[in-house]
Each structure stands twice: as C-alpha cells, then as structure tokens.
Design a protein around this ligand. Structure first.
Ligand SMILES: NC(=O)c1ccc[n+]([C@@H]2O[C@H](COP(=O)([O-])OP(=O)(O)OC[C@H]3O[C@@H](n4cnc5c(N)ncnc54)[C@H](OP(=O)(O)O)[C@@H]3O)[C@@H](O)[C@H]2O)c1
Length: 291
C-alpha cells in the first residue's frame, strides 16, 4: 500500500510519519515545497505520487487569525480538501480527512455525536465544516475524523506554551469554563492508520483521548506532571478564570466533548485517559530536552 500524508510537518503529521505501519510506502507533502493555496498543486501531487490512501493533516489551524484571514482559512480548510476528495475519488483511492470539535457551538449538555448538527462559532470552525461538506460531497467513501485539543512534543501547542509560561513566571491564569478533551497527537495518528487500512469504513468519526477537562484542569495537570519529571523545578500557581476574563478574536465552544462510542466499536479499540497520555508525552519531552 502506498500512503500520502499531507501536512507532514505539523504536530499530527509528524506523528503520522513516525507511526507509519510496516509495509506501507510513505510519501509526504507540506509547506514550503507544497502549498495547498497554489492552484493545481494537489492535481500534480496526486499525479506524481499515485497513493492508495491519502491522510490530510494539513490545515490553517490558527483559530483567532482565521477571523481576519477568512479567505485563506476557507481556501486551505474548505476548498483544498474538496478538490483533494474529488481527485482521490476519480482514482478510486481512499481519503482520511481530519476535522475539529470547533464545528460545534458547545451548547449541548452531552458529548457531541458524529451526526449532531454542526453550528460553528467562528471562521475556523466554519472553514473546517466547509471542508467536511466538500469531502463528503466529492468522495462519499472518505473517512472524516474529528478531533480536539491536540498537542505533541513538536510544534506550538497548549502544553508547550504552559510549560514556557510556568517556567518564566511561576504563575498562570487559565480559562476554567471551557470543557473538552486534551488529545495527544500520537494516539490520534495510530487511530488514523487504523482507518487507513479499513476500506469498509466511511463517514464521520470522532477521536480524542478519554476523559474530560477544562483548560484549567489541563494546566493544573501539566504543572503537577512536569514537577514529577523535573521539567518544572518550582511550584506554580494556576488561577482559574472565566472566558470573559480572557477575550479572544474568535469565540470558542464552552463544551466540545466528542462522543467516541461509534469509533471505539468500529476500530475495536479505546484510547487511554488524557492524563495518562500527557504523562507519556511529558516523559518523552523531558528526555528530548535533556532534563
Ligand atoms: N491543534 C488542535 O488543537 C486541533 C484540534 C482539533 C482539530 N485539529 C485538526 O487536526 C489537524 C492537524 O492539526 P495540527 O494541530 O497537527 O496542525 P498544525 O500543527 O498546524 O499542522 C498543520 C500543517 O499544515 C500545514 N499547512 C498549513 N497551510 C498549508 C498550505 N497552504 N499548504 C500545505 N500545508 C499547509 C502547516 O504548515 P506550516 O506549519 O508551515 O504552516 C502544518 O505543517 C488539522 O486538520 C486541524 O484542523 C487540530
């Protein structure tokens, strides 16, 4: 099987490359040599690589910047995935496309199921929803996997930002009224490869680590776990604040927990709890940082 990972330099993309199953020939694409905004770039890529399965991990992921760069966000997250799906479908190949919990408005009182009505609150979520719809329309056999609150040892993310601020200031104020599920990109990458070898599966699936947390809970866990590994040497004060105390250009859902039951049944596996995954990631990062 030949697989193509688009967005291979991102935090999920790197984990996908790391976790490529034995026997799978891998091709990769990302900025700067491959640009989804360039007309014809996808056509050329698929013609050259001829993959059996493509995993699209590329996206415009800057949630706040998307508010002022709507056109770019829609081009990369909406139009490009639709074109990719069309090309994949013409070749009777497979597509695994990654989407987000931010397609939901966070008003529900229970975890979101794959078939719940999306209602994004901002341009990023709207552009990702446009991508989902384009993919489904152009390639009904595609798998769309929504995930949430991703982090990894590479790239910029909440865990690394918290560690930096905690080291620099010894204190941090974190929003306590937005709830979701922190998700290590490593676990998601393994799940995506499981989808890649399952041509019987199609449609929308949800994948995050297990459990639920607020950003405040997540930050508190980062502080505690990093003290255990020696990545933080002094105690840190984590102060819970409300969303209104931390205004951002984009509105975010207050509750974006995803219901993963259908995915667990389809793949026959469940992810570990987010705190277990955080511990693994920090231990690995600690070795890489030589702490
Ligand atoms: N991060 C989260 O918390 C989160 C939550 C829910 C869902 N997701 C979804 O999960 C997927 C992976 O996210 P991630 O966190 O791994 O994102 P990421 O680290 O930002 O990686 C995205 C990759 O796409 C590349 N890219 C951006 N614009 C491109 C373009 N025009 N042409 C080609 N490549 C381009 C980026 O390159 P540069 O780095 O050079 O820009 C980067 O390598 C995305 O679909 C995202 O929407 C993420």
């Amino acid at each position: 099987m030949k697989a193509l990972v688009i967005g291979a330099g991102g935090q999920l993309g790197r984990e996908l490359v790391r976790a490529v199953p034995p026997g799978v020939a891998l091709a990769t694409a990302d900025l700067p040599s491959f640009d989804l905004e360039r007309a014809g770039a996808l056509d050329l890529l698929l013609k050259e690589e001829v993959p059996d399965v493509t995993i699209n991990a590329a996206a415009f992921t800057a949630v706040d910047a998307a508010e002022s760069e709507r056109e770019r966000a829609f081009c990369i997250n909406g139009e490009a995935p639709a074109r990719l799906a069309q090309l994949v479908s013409e070749r009777s190949a497979r597509l695994i496309h990654v989407s987000t919990d931010f397609v939901f408005d966070g008003e529900r009182a229970r975890p979101y199921r794959p078939d719940d009505e999306p209602r994004p609150l901002g341009a990023y979520g709207e552009s990702k929803l446009a991508g989902e719809r384009g993919v489904r329309c152009q390639c009904p056999r595609a798998v769309i996997v929504r995930t949430a609150w991703l982090y990894s040892g590479t790239g910029q993310n909440f865990v690394k930002t918290m560690l930096r601020i905690m080291r620099e200031r010894g204190a941090v104020r974190v929003v306590a009224d937005q709830v979701g599920t922190p998700t290590w990109a490593r676990g998601l990458a393994h799940a995506l490869w499981m989808f890649a070898v399952r041509p019987d599966l199609s449609g929308i699936f949800h994948w995050t680590d297990a459990g639920v947390a607020s950003w405040y809970d997540f930050a508190t866990a980062i502080a505690e776990e990093a003290r255990e590994t020696g990545q933080l040497t002094a105690p840190v004060h984590v102060e819970p604040i409300s969303t209104s105390q931390y205004p951002t250009p984009a509105r975010r859902p207050s509750f974006s927990v995803l219901d993963k039951v259908a995915t667990w049944e389809a793949l026959g596996t469940r992810p570990p709890h987010w705190r277990v995954q955080l511990r693994h990631m920090l231990a690995e990062l600690s070795v890489e940082e030589g702490r």
